[in-house]
Design a protein around this ligand. Sequence first.
Ligand SMILES: NC(=O)c1ccc[n+]([C@@H]2O[C@H](COP(=O)([O-])OP(=O)(O)OC[C@H]3O[C@@H](n4cnc5c(N)ncnc54)[C@H](O)[C@@H]3O)[C@@H](O)[C@H]2O)c1
Length: 451
Amino acid sequence: MTNQIAQSEQLAEDFVAKAKSRDLTVGIIGLGYVGLPLAEAFINAGIRVLGYDVDQEKVGAIKNAKTYIKHITDDRLTKMNETGRMEATTDETRLKEPDAILMCVPTPLNIHREPDISYVEHTSRAIAKHLRKGQIVILESTTYPGTSEEVVRPILEESGLKAGVDFAIAYSPEREDPGNPDFDTSSIPKVVGADSEPERQMAKALYATITTPFMVPNMKTAEAVKLTENIFRLVNIALVNELKVVFQGMDIDIWDVIEGAKSKPFGYMAFYPGPGLGGHCIPIDPFYLTWKARAHRQSTRFIELAGDVVMGMPRIVIETVAQGLSQKSQKSISGSRILVSGLAYKKGVDDMRESPSLHLIEMLQERGAKVDFYDPYIPVVPHTRDHPEFNGLKSIEFTRENLSGYDAVLISTDHDNVDYELIVDSAPLIIDTRNALAKFAESHGDKILKA
Ligand SMILES: NC(=O)c1ccc[n+]([C@@H]2O[C@H](COP(=O)([O-])OP(=O)(O)OC[C@H]3O[C@@H](n4cnc5c(N)ncnc54)[C@H](O)[C@@H]3O)[C@@H](O)[C@H]2O)c1
């Protein structure tokens, strides 16, 4: 036992020294929205990165500096390559090389809306095959409390090596906010948890090279922190959406209410209504906790209620479209031509995972509308698991002539680089779910409906 403690302390001491001198190779598994910016942060800190992904196209794209994530430009990829510190591979055997291995793989829900941690399991198995003494393995994917301890650790220990003695294990959730110009990896503190002091020291030294680590007592606490942050968002988004509907009935504009409430310098934080829930995180992560809570015989009524409220928003938006068409032109949704403006789940990104726009298009089509879309960042719809039928659909050309051919334009995502003036000038009716047309309220208020 004393030997084991001495061994783990020695491993930590060696690793911390290497981290301080930046003489490290960091392996990043999963080069997507989370893994790629993380790779860039380590490279900028003077550290070597070995990126590993099963997707040959991504690996090729990095080598050729051809980006597949809008805000990580070709130029940034070129700069990463020019340092000579960036390598990307599909060769799993190379996982024995890095000193630290960070897992940034998907954690979606399965068709029963239960956690699908198969990507974490596969990745852990791949690491276990090549695991060597002295490495630290850190899960960054969002997941339920207990995943690192109950799933990742036992798989890694199938290698015959012991966690906390021969190798280290930790958990650190990603807080990446794609497209946010105010914060990047280096300016967002990083929550880090590990179950022993030597492992904590190693994880802390690693992340201190790129940002400010915030240490919590163990891995499951770090896992719970991430879910808490996202559940906080879900609940508040649900609340403001409910208030939107309540106030609408009283002829009060929720956007004016929020501006008023924001003038309070404490005790209030603004959240905004929209057409529904989107993105890879908020519609999914909270349900990792509700699933785990069931195993502990705990109910999560509050979280599930919040989910129900926001899931109902697209239906309310569609009712507003129907009402607008009927009042404006005595038409119904059936047979109308409708343009959905914005396919991405939020402004400024090209990510349409779980985007409410897709649900809106589906619902409008079900009610007989002829629907097109416009998104400056998504010229062609890629394959998605939930909506394979939209695969290959093309964004329309954004011209006055095209816009005036629609019975209504539904603004679902408020990208900044859309010419909203042309929309209000050309379209007979606009349903605005994001308050993107606030400045046209006086000049064109008669054709704008907020939803
Ligand atoms: N996107 C975000 O803004 C964000 C923010 C915070 C946390 N997260 C969390 O981070 C994790 C990753 O999300 P993402 O958005 O980067 O996903 P992503 O789909 O953009 O990227 C995941 C990458 O993992 C690769 N991959 C899948 N299986 C693999 C395997 N077995 N071996 C190697 N590579 C494999 C995929 O090819 C893909 O390139 C998720 O848990 C997510 O919830 C995402």
